[in-house]
Design a protein around this ligand. Structure first.
Ligand SMILES: NC(=O)c1ccc[n+]([C@@H]2O[C@H](COP(=O)([O-])OP(=O)(O)OC[C@H]3O[C@@H](n4cnc5c(N)ncnc54)[C@H](OP(=O)(O)O)[C@@H]3O)[C@@H](O)[C@H]2O)c1
Length: 289
């Protein structure tokens, strides 16, 4: 079964990675990354904004695995100005001389703003490939005509509940690979009856079904967990296959309207932040808090 995808000349990205967003630096990140490497993960997804690159680097070194065997992604914090300078700082924190993939975290400030700096980081050999995150079709359409180096990857929110078909098709037609973030819907839809039924029939868990759904499209997944047993569970996705009927039923869960956008609530914009605040307030009100 296919376990990796070619994203750029000579660069292969494992389809399964561990995401470390919101895992505190120090013992927790080191424990999660260490558990993942032990369980066979060879891909770690961090970011400058996560504040845990140093712990990621320490855990990779402690694993004893050769650096070349672990695919490391980090992301340029688009609130900053210089992708080269910020990657130098990331490499220092990671204790590495390069990463495998460097993504523009968001199109904040415009989809073209960071790209020449990303290309400079690539040309200096600080990263083996460059890409984007949270870029929708409209952002890609603005970036691609001026990109000397094409983005290798677009990392977006993607799951059966956010099946961004238009965005996936556009990326595929441009030779850009998609990585699914929040592939487990932050854990919010793991008790969905359709997912539960498919999982039960295969003798699997809901999380495994959601991950498998993306992997069968050759979309990489980077589930986050801070718990060893879940990290192990999330890795057991290469020894079963969904049926065509399962896929049709899971595809029908989409609430994104086959979206061309990368995320419903762009948290890096004022509008996105306001929508997030009002959603939290609505939840608190309905919970009677
Ligand atoms: N590029 C971007 O802008 C962006 C945005 C968001 C996320 N990401 C990346 O994508 C990664 C994953 O996304 P995410 O963290 O938003 O959400 P996610 O992976 O969809 O879900 C994580 C949640 O699911 C729980 N979980 C994990 N495995 C489970 C299992 N087997 N059974 C039950 N619950 C399980 C985790 O809890 P425990 O930890 O308690 O186990 C956590 O609460 C991030 O860590 C980050 O690397 C990127």
């Amino acid at each position: 079964m296919r376990q990796a995808v070619d994203i750029a000349p000579g660069v292969t990205m494992p389809l399964l990675g561990l995401g470390v967003f919101r895992i505190p630096p120090g013992r927790e990140t080191e424990g999660a990354v260490g558990a993942a490497l032990e369980a066979g993960y060879r891909h770690i997804d961090t970011a400058q904004a996560y504040g845990n690159e140093e712990s990621v680097g320490r855990a990779i070194r402690a694993s004893g695995l050769p650096r070349a065997e672990v695919f490391v992604t980090t992301k340029f914090d688009a609130a900053r100005s210089d992708p080269v300078l910020e990657l130098e700082r990331s490499l220092e924190r990671l204790g590495a001389d390069h990463v495998d993939l460097y993504l523009v975290h968001t199109p904040r400030g415009g989809p073209r703003r960071a790209w020449s700096g990303m290309e400079a980081a690539f040309e200096r050999g600080m990263t083996r490939s460059i890409g984007v995150s949270n870029f929708g079709v409209a952002d890609l359409e603005r970036l691609l005509p001026v990109a000397g180096v094409k983005p290798a990857v677009d990392q977006v929110q993607f799951s059966p509940f956010a099946y961004r078909r238009q965005l996936l098709e556009e990326c595929r037609s441009q030779g850009i690979e998609v990585t699914a973030y929040s592939p487990l819907t932050h854990g919010e839809e793991l008790d969905d009856p359709t997912v539960a039924e498919v999982a039960k029939r295969h003798g699997r868990t809901a999380a495994q079904v959601l991950l498998r759904w993306a992997i069968e499209r050759a979309v990489a997944v980077i589930p986050k967990s801070a718990h060893r047993e879940r990290i192990v569970e999330n890795a057991a996705v290469f020894d079963f296959e969904l049926t065509a009927d399962d896929i049709v039923r899971l595809d029908a869960l989409d609430r994104s309207g086959a979206a061309a956008i990368a995320v419903e609530r762009p948290w890096w914009t004022l509008r996105g932040r306001l929508r997030r605040v009002s959603r939290t307030a609505r939840r608190r009100l309905s919970a009677g808090q």
